[in-house]
Design a protein around this ligand. Structure first.
Ligand code: COA
Length: 254
């Protein structure tokens, strides 16, 4: 069975990350499926809004660490980068519902969503430095732009997590809800947009975002080059191996 569940109804296409035993961490095949789903949603006229969500207890634990070791992205056409290209340029409204941990790409993808709703159990983190790698998804541009430089440095240089309330305060999250109510609320918000004149909605999103796109794409591709390189270096190898072995990494001298 697929780790991405797809449900379309009433103009809303809902993608649910569903790999609970590995905390919805993302494999290459999940990135490929997501990229395809985004592409189909873009082309399909009946789809007016796209929703991305996890479960009530976890949104996404970031890239699958086992895959980072066994099958790391090597080139710009790797599935993770194909997904990010599709995400960044997605022209229709995209709404995220986030409960529990949102790690790495689980947080950085949210900066590309139009609306983000969080359960009160949501915890956001971008621990790239803890893994010996660097930001992705143009987060090195978007995190300081949205959160302010010093909060961005706390999140990206220290790799410190932040809770739903902090995400609301900085404007990454639109509203916080009890986790049990989140999915239904997100569907109601999506339905409100789906009921509006589509040309007007699409034109509005285009006007909001199109001018930012070239800069985001350039930064995302630059980050990707460094990420691919850093994954080959000793610090990342040690950090990823340490996660697999459920121990603390040793970065002395690295
Ligand atoms: N890649 C692969 N497996 C992962 C994973 C990831 N990113 N995140 C969690 N898992 C696996 C764990 O190895 C564990 O597998 P096991 O049961 O076979 O041992 C299972 O999912 C449950 O994880 P666990 O850590 O026990 O759950 P938790 O509720 O205590 O913590 C997280 C949840 C998400 C906070 C924690 O798993 C975590 O920090 N994961 C790594 C996040 C990360 O660094 N991602 C990469 C960002 S680039």
């Amino acid at each position: 069975m697929s780790d991405i569940l797809i449900h379309s109804e009433g103009g809303i296409c809902t993608l649910t990350l569903s790999r609970p035993d590995k905390k919805n961490s993302m494999t290459s095949s999940m990135y490929t499926e997501l990229a395809q789903a985004f592409s189909l949603a873009k082309q399909t006229e009946e789809v007016r809004v796209l929703v991305l969500q996890g479960s009530e207890t976890v949104f996404c634990a970031g890239n699958d660490i086992h895959e980072f070791i066994q099958n790391p992205p090597e080139k710009s056409d790797a599935p993770v980068f194909q997904f990010l290209e599709a995400l960044i340029a997605f022209p229709k409204p995209l709404i995220a519902g986030v409960c529990g941990p949102a790690v790495g790409i689980g947080t950085t993808l949210l900066f590309h969503c139009d609306l983000v709703y969080a359960g009160d159990n949501a915890v956001f983190s971008m621990p790239f430095v803890n893994l010996g790698i660097c930001p992705e998804a143009a987060s090195s541009l978007l995190v300081p732009a949205v959160m302010g430089y010093h909060r961005a440095a706390q999140a990206l240089l220290l790799g410190e997590p932040f809770m739903a309330e902090a995400a609301l305060e900085v404007g990454l999250v639109n509203q916080i809800l009890p986790p049990t109510e989140l999915k239904a609320f997100v569907q109601r918000q999506a339905a409100k947009i789906a009921a509006k004149p589509q040309r007007s909605v699409l034109e509005t999103k285009r006007l909001l975002k199109e001018h930012l796109l070239p800069g985001l794409q350039t930064r995302m591709r630059e980050e990707a080059t460094h990420l691919v390189q850093l994954l080959k270096e000793p610090a990342a190898k040690e950090a990823l191996q340490a996660f697999e072995e459920k121990r603390k990494p040793h970065f002395a001298g690295l």
